[in-house]
Design a protein around this ligand. Structure first.
Ligand code: KIV
Ligand code: ZN
Length: 390
């Protein structure tokens, strides 16, 4: 039997349409969900969590239709550890060529108190609900919600129960964004060492970003043996959000020398998806967001612009084309230097003599002190004021 945790392939599980949509105010329409699901499918996402079918009639319809349309991805729906949730979930995902039921229950002391079950009763519930789900579908994911605050022994016991009942993927959620990288890796290692049958199933990592560590924690979990990363486009998700798909995928690509794991994602589709998700969710991406922020490939400082004009790898560790952008954005502002101005004007069709450039540069700096960003039209006005010919 191959030990899955030793393989170099990492599955990407996107939950933009489920955990992402749970962000207050991020609700998407039916057609918007279908559009995002199609883009995720085309991008090479292995598993799409399309919604929570019992939550509403709308969610049920969206999951069913996504399941019918999906071409390549596994389509997954979420359900609590309750028979009627699981049945409803199956009704929605069963249309997919590759359906998956994802069922969960809170296992930490904080969460166990809510259904008011003893530890033993919860073990019984896990056994019964996972068995029920497995009788409907071959592909079952089980999650101990708030796993990272669950006692080690109890976590092992719950995971063992779920595997014996037929779970094929065990997801370890850091529901409240509480873990840190070393611990995130250690939890997966511990489960692989202590739980019988653990090397025959896939461990997933599902991190929230409350302390800004979701990406680091997800990658650490992979080092520990997880082979599925759960994430959302733009890191959309409740509170501080979920692990951002674009961050983990690009980190694995750019630092493949030290993290030798492969994904199936076509990274050139990242930027378009990021923009579509921002538009349909209404959650704009912060300018300095890694990978997809407006400034992620923009340079204003003279030293950086000069370096970039000589060689892109001076200040860029990945190419804009890798994520679907056409080019690096050289932003003209008060920190820009003469070399960048010359290059920008050349792009606009103006080759200036040194004395002309000197004059335009002085006036450009005066303008840049007054304006946050100097646009192409401003540069054209400066050049034309001087009467310079193209
Ligand atoms: O964060 C979480 O625990 C979840 C579960 C439902 C997997 O989203
Ligand atoms: Zn979550």
């Amino acid at each position: 039997m191959t030990d899955i945790s030793k393989q170099d392939r990492v599955l990407i599980f996107d939950t933009t349409l489920r955990d992402g949509e749970q962000s207050p105010g991020a609700t998407m329409s039916h057609n918007e969900k279908l559009e995002i699901a199609t883009l995720l499918d085309e991008m090479g996402v292995d598993i799409i969590e399309a919604g929570f079918p019992i939550a509403s009639e709308g969610d049920f319809k969206a999951v069913s239709e996504i399941a019918q349309r999906s071409k390549n991805s596994v389509i997954c729906g979420l359900s609590r550890a309750v028979y009627k949730d699981i049945d409803r979930c199956w009704e929605a995902v069963k249309h997919a060529a590759q359906p998956r039921i994802h069922t969960f229950i809170g296992t930490s002391p904080q969460h166990r108190a809510i259904p008011d079950l003893t530890k033993e009763q919860m073990i019984e519930r896990i056994h019964d609900t996972v068995t029920h789900a497995r009788n409907l579908c071959d592909n079952i994911q089980w999650s101990p919600m708030d796993a990272t605050r669950t006692e080690d022994d109890y976590l092992c016991q719950t995971v063992e129960t779920a595997i014996k009942a037929g779970a094929t993927t065990i997801n370890i959620p850091d529901t409240v964004g509480y873990t840190a990288p070393r611990e995130s890796a250690d939890i997966i290692r511990m489960l692989l060492e202590r739980v019988p049958g653990a090397d025959e199933i896939i461990f997933a990592t599902h991190c929230h970003n409350d302390l800004g560590m979701a990406t680091a924690n997800s990658l650490a979990a992979v080092e520990g043996g997880a082979r599925q990363i759960e994430c959302t486009i733009n890191g959309l998700g409740e509170r501080a959000g979920n692990t951002a798909l674009e961050e983990v995928v690009m980190a694995l690509r750019v630092r493949n020398d030290i993290m030798p794991y492969q994904t199936r994602i076509d990274t050139t589709k990242i930027m378009n998806l990021s923009r579509r998700v921002a538009t349909v969710s209404g959650f704009q991406v912060q300018y300095n967001k890694a990978i997809v922020g407006k400034n992620a490939f923009a340079h204003e400082s003279g030293i950086h612009q000069d370096g970039m004009l000589k060689s892109a790898d001076t200040f860029e560790i990945m190419r804009p084309e890798d994520v679907g952008l056409s080019e690096t954005n050289i932003v003209m502002g008060k920190h820009s230097g003469r070399a960048a101005l010359r290059s920008k004007l050349a792009d606009l069709g103006y080759e200036l003599a040194d004395n002309q450039l000197k004059d335009v540069f002085v006036r450009f700096k005066e303008l840049a002190d007054r304006k946050k960003e100097v646009y192409d039209e401003d540069l054209l006005a400066l050049v034309n004021d001087e009467g310079t010919n193209a």
